[in-house]
Design a protein around this ligand. Structure first.
Ligand code: HPA
Ligand code: MG
Length: 221
């Protein structure tokens, strides 16, 4: 069952609560981001809660599948919390890790085509398994729907999606993940592994990009 929107943290439009001056921003990105939308500590606190919800809903070995590259940081922290609760707090649930590369973005718009890289052999190994796909952000929903569609024929026992962010955009195809961290406004966000042409993945806070940053890292190819 899809999660209830009321359970997600709602990040408001034009959220200006967090002045950039109040946080440490790597020097190489100074001037390139305009404000902090979600501080790193809040992201981690939210992921800990998602980890507990996820664990309460599985009983068999779970395959946690990271959608690269954007999902990497969420995946790493989520798996960290899953391990914390499966090793120290007595819930016994073996976790397998898997990785998939899906690419659909150039500059700040979806390129329309989706490339999925996972070998036939790796996909067949998912048969009969409970799989949790871990994604950074659901925007139009097109990438995720294409991925789920692709996985359908491999007869998984179950497939669910955890996305740290869901964007409130009129371009959404209505896809709703089972686990969601934050509902975010329709602005291009970077940080915590979300990128703009592969920049800003190494920024811990989730920020909106400044016009200067957009210009500086714009890609023509
Ligand atoms: N930022 C980074 N990557 C994205 C976004 C975004 O706002 N939306 C979809 N992919
Ligand atoms: Mg992504």
């Amino acid at each position: 069952m899809a999660s209830e929107k009321g359970d997600w943290i709602f990040v408001k439009e034009n959220e200006k609560n967090y002045n950039i001056e109040h946080f440490v921003i790597p020097e190489h990105y100074e001037g390139d981001v305009s404000n902090v939308l979600i501080p790193h500590g809040l992201i981690l606190d939210r992921i800990e809660k998602l980890a507990r919800q996820i664990l309460s809903q599985y009983t068999d070995r779970l395959v946690v599948c990271c959608v690269l590259k954007g999902g990497h940081q969420f995946f790493a922290d989520l798996v960290g919390f899953l391990k914390k609760y499966t090793t120290k707090e007595g819930k016994h649930l073996p976790i397998a890790l898997d990785f998939i590369r899906v690419k659909s973005y150039e500059n700040d718009t979806s390129s329309g085509s989706v490339h999925i890289s996972m070998s036939e052999k790796e996909l067949k190994a998912l048969k009969g398994r409970d799989v949790l796909i871990v994604e950074d952000i659901i925007d139009t929903g097109r990438t995720m729907v294409a991925l789920l569609d692709h996985l359908k024929k491999y007869e998984l026992k179950s497939i669910k999606v955890a996305s740290l962010f869901v964007k409130r955009t009129h371009l959404s195809n209505g896809f709703t993940p089972e686990y969601v961290g934050f509902s975010v406004p329709d602005v291009f966000i970077v940080g915590y592994c979300l990128d703009y042409n592969d920049y800003f993945r190494d920024l811990d806070h989730v920020c909106s990009i400044s016009p200067a940053g957009q210009k500086k890292y714009f890609s023509v190819d």
